[in-house]
Design a protein around this ligand. Structure first.
Ligand code: ADP
Length: 247
């Protein structure tokens, strides 16, 4: 279980990005974070895997203290956290399957990774994951030959190859057309449920949050202003959530 307790973050610029944010996320739960641009959604995700350090509060994953973890401990915790970004961040000149196998890098020596020495079991798993995201026919294509939606699906396979307990997705469908966005969300939802892992997705698209999330968190100006299921996300709540924003 992920537990975020009373976290605060003020950047060096003086901007208070997060104020007293608390929530928990259970195993198998699919959570969407919505809110206007600049509300603090990315800052929450980056705080969880400690790409940034929060000023106070507590963050733990399955009882492991993320905020105070030392270097080696943090490396082990990060191995349990998969990340998916707005652009898939693949290595463009490598093949699809090579990119997916990169998900194992945190588990092996640098030398093995550099030479691409993966075990048969790892290769079979990569093939199974690529089949699961509908890309079996593209395994040996270079990643720069794929569409944006296909790249995101490779990103999902790569993240799952890491065997994460937690998947953090920062606007994974922001740059996709509606049909590709739907395909990507379908796979993301289905595969995280199948693996029974916690998935937290920052979304600009309220409809997608409604359709897929077990629970929705609403952020406005660094404050958690809503936590509930889709039926509770009424027009009045949405109006409050997006007030004073240009979205
Ligand atoms: P969202 O993901 O909801 O669009 P962010 O978490 O990216 O919002 O940003 C929250 C606020 O923190 C914004 O006002 C943004 O400008 C500010 N911010 C984000 N990252 C930094 C940074 N590295 N330094 C200073 N301010 C930042």
């Amino acid at each position: 279980m992920l537990s975020v307790n009373h976290i605060n973050k003020t950047f060096a610029t003086g901007r208070q990005a997060l104020t007293d944010i608390s929530f928990t996320a259970n195993k198998g739960e699919f959570i969407a974070i919505i809110g206007p641009s600049g509300a603090g959604k990315s800052t929450i995700l980056r705080s969880i895997n400690r790409l940034i350090n929060t000023d106070s509060g507590e963050i733990s994953l399955d009882g492991q203290d993320i905020r105070h973890a030392k270097k080696k401990e943090l490396r082990l915790i990060r191995r349990q956290i998969g990340m998916i970004f707005q652009s898939a961040n693949l290595v463009p000149h490598l093949t699809v399957i090579e990119n997916v196998l990169h998900g194992r890098l945190g588990y092996q020596s640098t030398l093995r990774g550099v030479f691409g020495w993966y075990s048969q079991v790892e290769k079979e798993e990569a093939v199974a994951l690529l089949t699961a995201v509908g890309l079996a026919d593209f395994m040996y294509n270079r990643c720069d030959e794929l569409s944006g939606g296909q790249m995101q699906r490779v990103g999902i396979a790569r993240a799952l190859m890491q065997h994460p307990n937690l998947l953090l997705c920062d606007e994974p469908i922001a740059s996709l057309d509606p049909q590709s966005a739907k395909t990507v969300m379908d796979y993301l939802h289905r595969l995280t449920k199948k693996a029974n892992i916690t998935c937290i997705v920052n979304l600009h698209q309220i409809d997608a949050a409604r359709e897929y999330a077990d629970r929705i968190l609403g952020i406005n100006q660094g404050h958690l202003v809503f936590s509930g299921i889709q039926d509770e996300l009424t027009p009045t709540v949405l109006e409050q959530l997006y007030q004073d924003s240009e979205d």
